[in-house]
Design a protein around this ligand. Structure first.
Ligand SMILES: *Cc1c(COP(=O)(O)O)cnc(C)c1O
Length: 371
């Protein structure tokens, strides 16, 4: 029998996380690049945030002000960069809580200036350039340079710290040396227009990290905002096929969930197939009678269930609903029984949901361990 514990449970290896932070920040530092640790993937859970700081990230970033507020209340006094371009309704908190923000709109910049004046504070901004990924950012050099000059000349409480870009999010655009040279060129155009050097040229996120380790990052890029590769080290290894990341601990996080039913059933639904609990029309493959296990874990806890990666060979995720995950365990070398606890590696989106889920208990291990 398993120990009496609360499942589902997310087990976090703090030493493993600290080590990952150190590995990534060291390699970037050697290439003249400062790393801001992105904590949105872990909902700013304090022991994990602390591991980011201890591992060597001196600046933190997130998309949500509520997370910054939590960190501030817990006594974290590291500088914060706000990643999502702010809503007009949240500027008072942006100025109060964050030292720096990403910006892409002149109306917002003007309102931010007014808010800074009201609070008697200064605030730094990175102007975002959209290089084709089509999420946030000024479009074209002229618009970016005009905004930069406006901040520099007309908004005395704002400090134009630099420019940045975001790739590989909406438009799936790969950060290449050529793309980042475009950013470096834009930075230089801004510098010519304002007559001084910018401190930061922020070349993106996890997906820009390969350019650093391959020695392909243009020299002007001196800042990255990294979350996923530090937390999970999954995307570059498994989606990009990078084989040179063995120094990253890929099991900082372990999801444990308990089996509530095991039974052999047909793999093809019986009756008239209509729509599932979420209004989708999934495809089902008829593989005959198969051994299936049901977990007490669902989309409410982890979002997309296909983003769970079973550690036990022979286990595959078939699907599920808000509160259940259905596994095929037919090919599993050991029999699975009710009460068993199965372990999973996670994707970024699963981590995002799990760290915010009400019914998931979270365990922290201070020392590296193997489960
Ligand atoms: C989430 C985010 C990042 C960090 O992305 P990772 O893939 O976790 O490294 C960086 N910049 C912006 C603007 C983001 O929203």
């Amino acid at each position: 029998m398993q120990r009496q514990r609360n499942y589902p449970r997310l087990v976090c290896d703090l030493a493993g996380l600290r080590a990952n932070v150190a590995q990534v920040t060291e390699r970037c530092r050697a290439a003249g690049i400062q790393v801001t640790g992105v904590i949105k993937g872990i909902n700013a859970l304090l022991p994990l945030v602390t591991a980011f700081l201890e591992g060597g990230c001196s600046q933190l970033a997130t998309s949500r002000l509520s997370q910054v507020e939590d960190c501030r209340s817990a006594g974290v006094d590291a500088p914060f960069l706000l990643l999502r371009v702010p809503q007009l309704c949240e500027l008072a908190d942006v100025v109060r809580l964050c030292q720096m923000s990403l910006e892409s709109d002149v109306t917002t910049l003007d309102a931010l200036e007014a808010e800074c004046a009201r609070q008697g504070r200064e605030h730094s901004v990175l102007l975002m350039a959209d290089l084709g990924d089509l999420r946030e950012g000024f479009w074209g050099a002229e618009e970016l340079v005009q905004a930069a000059v406006h901040v520099e000349k007309a908004l005395p409480h704002l400090h134009l710290a630099g420019v940045g870009t975001n790739l590989g999010c909406y438009g799936s655009i790969r950060p290449t040396r050529a793309k980042l040279e475009e950013l470096a060129e834009l930075a230089e155009q801004v510098e010519r227009a304002i007559g001084r050097r910018l401190e930061l040229v922020s070349g993106g996120a996890t997906t820009s990290y390969p350019l650093v380790v391959d020695g392909q990052m243009p020299e002007r890029i001196n800042h990255l905002r990294i979350g996923e590769n530090i937390l999970l080290g999954y995307d570059l290894r498994h989606e990009w096929g990078r084989t040179d990341l063995d120094y990253l601990n890929g099991q900082v996080f372990t999801l444990q969930a308990q089996v509530v039913e095991v039974r052999s059933k047909p793999s093809y639904p019986q009756g008239e197939i209509f729509i599932d609990a979420f209004g989708n029309r999934p495809e089902y493959e008829d593989r005959g009678i198969r051994r299936r296990a049901l977990l007490a874990l669902g989309k409410l806890d982890v979002g997309e269930l296909s983003h769970l990666h079973p550690r036990l060979p022979g286990v595959t995720v078939l699907g599920g609903s808000s509160d259940h995950t259905i596994l095929d365990v037919e090919d599993c070398p050991r029999p699975i029984q009710v009460g068993d606890v199965l372990e999973f590696d996670l994707s970024y989106s699963a981590l995002l949901y799990l760290t915010a889920a009400r019914d998931v208990s979270i365990d922290y291990h201070a020392d590296s361990f193997s489960i």
